[in-house]
Design a protein around this ligand. Structure first.
Ligand SMILES: Cc1cc2nc3c(=O)[nH]c(=O)nc-3n(C[C@H](O)[C@H](O)[C@H](O)COP(=O)(O)OP(=O)(O)OC[C@H]3O[C@@H](n4cnc5c(N)ncnc54)[C@H](O)[C@@H]3O)c2cc1C
Length: 417
């Protein structure tokens, strides 16, 4: 079977895992359709200020991947689309893709004139709804494709200001949903993860106390394109915190919440402790942990942070957070002695875990899952799972995992007519 006659592979989800799987398979000669639900690719990684282990901005890695995608004619990237129907067809899959209307076409030059005249504001998904943005906008500063998107439901009745402002005739307010039927030899699901909702961790003040935030929110607070322009500050009064507590295993390794370890939360908090200390030199950072999990070369970051001035690592389980007379009171159980103590903080960052989005992705594939909701390969059905949809892991492991999924899917595709 040669590449010209072989059906393409479908990759669902264009986070780092889906992009890697698509590129690896395409560079091995396979035709690929990479489908992303959001208007831009990159997944959750592009919401981070920096990423460990190198602590560089995620755009570094993304730029290389985007160049590889642009240069590879074997990958068709579709954004703003979802798989709405799928059925077995011979040894492969018949799939219906539903393309959501984007309202802005590829003539868009990202000049921003439409955004500037747009009267409607919406909470920004890229900033986890912590910032309001124009209904017509670039999905985020480094978005690819570099085409604006629109929340059409937010438009005031009869408003056509964006259409009038666009010199390139790129806005079409009457765009409609489209469907497309395609045949595939095999499918890689790389739909990633969702953060465990902090509102569910009531005992730690999640969703109730404004100065208790989640680790994913800290990434946006520290980012220059985030809701505070990169200033780490308390949501309650917009002042910089003096005492910052990182609460590890918040809702993880806990039968009431997520029973498993998400593998990256210790490293994410160590990284964020660096953000805080670099930006607020007078701050005091305390990381409360049960175990410090920093495998392989990531141990260097643990050693670095543990040795930093102004940072303390305390082996203790935080069981409760309440509003105190001045700031927050954390009830901490010393894991070794079992003794309870109270500690104070101005800002608490809950290191919440990752849940596989295959749990409720609503995909029309019969996906096998493990007890924690993470996807399992089904080679007989030509279905493979990559990245955090398969298990909690960091970017480097997701890329390795995606490469493996690409190899398995290519092998399955060779057997498919
Ligand atoms: C607070 C925090 C900080 C972190 N920091 C780091 C770090 O510094 N370094 C590091 O190595 N790792 C870090 N991680 C882990 C990292 O975010 C993950 O390893 C990475 O996101 C995994 O990529 P993915 O492609 O599997 O998933 P995702 O990034 O979630 O991408 C999945 C993609 O699939 C799309 N999708 C979902 N459902 C559908 C659907 N039905 N149809 C089409 N598309 C769909 C999504 O829109 C998304 O674009 C951190 C994690 C957390 C919680």
């Amino acid at each position: 079977m040669n590449a010209a006659t072989q059906k393409p592979l479908l990759v669902v989800g264009a986070g780092i895992a889906g992009i890697s799987a698509a590129l690896e398979a395409a560079e091995a000669g396979q035709e690929i359709v990479l489908v992303e639900r959001d208007p831009a690719i990159g997944g959750r990684v592009v919401r981070n200020l920096h990423y460990f282990p190198k602590l560089c901005p995620p755009t570094c890695g993304m730029e290389i991947n985007i160049r590889r995608l642009e240069r590879n004619p074997r990958v068709r990237v579709i954004t703003g689309a979802q798989v709405t129907k799928a059925s077995r067809s011979g040894d492969g899959w018949s799939v219906t893709l539903t393309h959501a209307p984007r309202y802005v076409n590829s003539r868009c030059t990202a000049c921003d004139e439409c955004s500037q005249v747009c009267p409607a504001k919406v909470p920004d998904p890229h900033n986890l709804l912590m910032l309001e943005v124009a209904a017509i906008r670039l999905p985020h500063a480094d978005a690819w494709p570099r085409i604006y998107t629109m929340d059409r439901n937010a438009c005031p009745a009869g408003c056509t200001k964006c259409v009038e402002a666009c010199k390139f005739n790129a806005v079409n307010l009457d765009a409609t949903e489209q469907t497309e039927e395609l045949e595939f030899s095999a499918v890689i699901l790389a739909t990633g993860w969702q953060p465990y909702p902090i509102e569910k961790i009531e005992e730690l003040g999640g969703g109730k106390i404004p100065d208790v935030i989640a680790n994913v929110q800290m990434e946006r607070l520290a980012s220059p394109t985030g809701p505070t322009g990169g200033k780490i500050q308390k949501p309650s009064d917009s002042k910089p915190p003096k005492r910052v507590a990182f609460v590890q295993c918040a809702g993880s390794r806990d039968v009431k919440h997520l029973p498993y370890c998400s593998a990256v939360c210790c490293l994410a908090s160590l990284k964020q402790a660096i953000y805080v200390r670099e930006q607020l030199p007078d701050s005091e950072v305390t990381i409360y942990y049960i175990d410090r999990r920093a495998p392989g070369r990531n141990e260097d970051m643990l050693t670095k942070v543990a040795g930093m001035d102004g940072v303390k690592l305390v082996k203790g389980k935080v069981g409760k957070i309440e509003k105190g007379a001045q700031g927050l009171t954390l009830r901490v159980e010393d894991v070794e002695s079992g003794k309870l103590t109270d500690a104070a903080a101005d800002l608490a960052v809950l290191a919440t875990g990752m849940m596989s989005s295959l749990k409720d992705a609503g995909l029309p594939f019969d996906i096998e899952r493990d007890d924690d909701g993470f996807g399992l390969d089904n080679p007989r059905a030509g279905l493979f799972v990559a990245g955090v949809a398969r298990r909690p892991e960091d970017v480097a492991a997701s890329v390795r995992d995606a490469t493996g999924a690409a190899a398995k899917a290519i092998a399955a595709a060779k057997q498919s007519p």
